[in-house]
Structure formats: structure tokens, C-alpha cells
Design a protein around this ligand. Structure first.
Ligand code: PEP
Ligand code: MN
Length: 348
């Protein structure tokens, strides 16, 4: 349930609404905006819903009482009509800017990451991606450089002037990863790792939550709800493809319709990862452009100075030249979408 106050509602009127809700043993959440809104994030017992709504509706200063019909509450647009803009050290994701995150699948060493960072930054990316903890399908594949990789990433990012995103795989590593990177990535395989979601919620750090390979929209938004309900409103959703019946030509089935669906039913920013979504480098530029036009707020793309030598996900990784050309195409397409490619400088 969301209670929207009239413009200019007083502190006392807001307080009276909160006290009325709390008398029923329910928690309140203040959501300031152009007008104040007060949310009840948890489920309200059926026998309480109507009497409570009636009481609230007649309180002074109340404009409207809205029931949130979805199972996810804080993530829903009913609950929070304005789009959320996540501020990552001055870069705004979820508003009119289109923010590109790019870099290798895995951090392999200083030279590789430094070259990748310089190239993607020069081409217009604002966030450097790179995994230090890699969730590989086989335990015998390269597992990442762990904290050593994060240290390299921090150094490179400070030298180049770029933000960072890297995956955290377990709850006990949230604090460590959050020390080094600007955005915590929760991987597709971890989307329903509930202790991890809770810990990421408590950290307050911006989170890029990837959709599980077989997750429904409801499951995806309920995973986001775990982070939001643990006190972190800086959540970005990432569509990265679903398992499909035909894996002969593409790795996953990139669900671009999900961009519109998520923007419709949720206020959270939506990022598209065409690299994992498609899995084939030559299809990535077209799918990136499609994501921009489909209404995404940004992209997450795998780029390596020498993709043939990439230690993971080589087949879906762009070289730096192709990435720079893609950025040009995105700039040209900007006027056909509601976004413009964000080019701002990053303060280090
Ligand atoms: C990645 O971004 O490198 C990754 C492992 O992605 P996903 O979790 O979507 O498979
Ligand atoms: Mn990868």
C-alpha cells in the first residue's frame, strides 16, 4: 500500500499517517519526491487492508491510497511511480543518460586490464567491467584472480578515471568486494542466493543484479526486493539472456522484451548484457543497438584487447576497435531513443 500526500502536506500530517499504520503493527517507509509518499512494504493481512485504507483516506493531507497488487512491493512501479536513478559517484543510471559498462570477462593481469580500460574509456564507456571471482561452469576452468584481481582493478580504474563493476559470489565477500569496486555485480547463477542478496542489501553499495538464466520476471523482481528490503535502494536490473531450446546458434536467448516489461512494472534501471545474452561476438553490436532502442538504461559488454587470448568467454568478446565502432553507432542512434550516451568525466 502507498499513501500519497497532497502537495505541501505538513510534518504533523505525515506523522499522523505513520502512527495510524504503526498502530496496526506495520512498518512504514518514507519516499520523498515531488510529493511525499508513505509506503507499507510488507504484506498487509487481508482483514486489515480495507479498514486501514479507509482510516488513512480521510486523514488530513492524504491525497490517495493505492494498493500494490504485485508480490514484489518496493521494486514495483505502483509503489514507486518515479523511475529510480542510481547515482554511482556522480554518474546517473536510470534517467536520460545511457551508460555503457565494458571490459573483459575476467581480470587476467595489470597489462590486460589497463589496456582494456584505456580503450573502452576512450571509446566512451564510463564503467569498467571485469570478474575477479568467476562463477565457471567447470571447477577446472580459470576461477579468477580473486582479491589480487580487485586490487589491479582499483589501481587501473584510478589511473584511467573510470568506474568499476565486479561480481561478488558469496555473502562473506560482500564487504571485501565493496571496498574495491563501485558497483557489486550479482551473477545470474547467484540471483537467488538469498544470503548474498541480503548482505548486498545491507552494504548500501550500488548493485547490478543479473537475471537468472531461467528466472521469471516475478522471481527476478522478488530477488531485487530482497536487496531493497534490506535497506539498499541502489539496485539495477540486468537482462542477460535465458536458457532456450535451441543453443546451436546462440548461447542464450536475449529477452529484449523484458526491458519494456521491467520498465513498465518496476522503477529500477535496466541494463542489457548482450555478451552473455547472445554469446557470439558478431551479433553483439546489433543487439546492443536494439537494447538502446528498446529502452534500456545502459549496457554491459565484454571487450578484450585480444579476444582470442581471453581466458574466459572469448567467443562473445569484442575487440577494442569493434567496441569503439559500436559506441559510434550508439551515439548516432541516441536521438531515436529517449537516452543520450553519457560522456561525462569521472572524478577519481
Ligand atoms: C559475467 O558477467 O562475466 C557473468 C559471469 O555473467 P552471468 O552471471 O550473466 O553469467
Ligand atoms: Mn563472461
Amino acid at each position: 500500500m502507498v499513501i500519497t500526500m497532497k502537495p505541501g502536506a505538513t510534518e504533523e500530517q505525515i506523522q499522523a499517517v505513520c502512527s495510524t499504520i504503526e498502530e496496526y503493527g506495520l512498518d512504514t517507509l518514507l519516499m520523498p519526491g515531488s510529493v511525499m509518499a508513505i509506503g507499507i512494504p510488507s504484506a498487509i493481512p487481508a482483514d486489515v487492508r480495507e479498514p486501514l485504507a479507509q482510516k488513512l483516506q480521510i486523514l488530513p493531507g492524504v491525497s490517495q491510497v493505492t494498493h500494490v497488487s504485485r508480490s514484489y512491493k518496493l521494486a514495483s512501479r505502483e509503489f514507486h511511480p518515479a523511475s529510480t536513478v542510481v547515482n554511482v559517484r556522480g554518474v546517473h543510471i536510470g534517467g536520460t543518460d545511457f551508460v555503457v559498462m565494458a571490459g573483459p570477462c575476467s581480470i587476467e593481469g595489470y597489462e590486460q586490464l589497463s589496456e582494456a580500460a584505456k580503450e573502452v574509456r576512450a571509446a566512451g564507456a564510463l564503467v569498467l567491467r571485469g570478474g575477479a571471482f568467476k562463477p565457471r561452469t567447470s571447477p577446472y576452468s580459470f576461477q579468477g584472480l580473486a582479491v589480487e584481481g580487485l586490487k589491479i582493478m582499483r589501481q587501473v580504474a584510478d589511473e584511467v578515471g573510470i568506474l568499476t563493476v565486479s561480481e561478488v559470489m558469496s555473502p562473506d565477500l560482500v564487504e571485501t568486494v565493496a571496498e574495491y569496486v563501485d558497483i557489486l555485480q550479482i551473477g545470474a547463477r547467484s540471483m537467488q542466493n538469498l544470503p548474498l542478496l541480503i548482505e548486498a542489501g545491507k552494504s548500501g553499495k550500488p548493485v547490478l543484479l543479473k537475471r537468472g538464466p531461467a528466472a521469471t520476471i516475478d522471481e527476478f523482481l522478488l530477488a531485487a526486493e530482497y536487496i531493497l528490503s534490506n535497506g539498499n535502494s541502489n539496485v539495477m536490473l540486468c537482462e542477460r539472456g535465458l536458457v532456450s531450446f535451441d543453443r546451436s546458434y546462440t548461447r542464450n536467448l536475449l529477452d529484449l522484451a523484458a526491458v519494456q516489461v521491467l520498465k513498465d512494472h518496476s522503477h529500477l534501471p535496466v541494463i542489457v548484457d548482450p555478451s552473455h545474452g547472445v554469446g557470439v561476438a558478431k551479433y553483439i553490436p546489433a543487439m546492443s543497438c536494439a537494447a538502446l532502442v528498446a529502452g534500456a538504461d545502459g549496457l554491459l559488454i565484454e571487450v578484450h584487447p585480444d579476444p582470442r587470448r581471453a581466458m574466459s568467454d572469448a567467443a562473445q568478446t569484442l575487440d577494442t576497435k569493434t567496441f569503439a565502432e559500436l559506441m559510434e553507432s550508439l551515439r548516432r542512434l541516441g536521438p531515436f531513443s529517449k537516452r543520450s550516451i553519457c560522456e561525462q568525466a569521472i572524478a577519481v
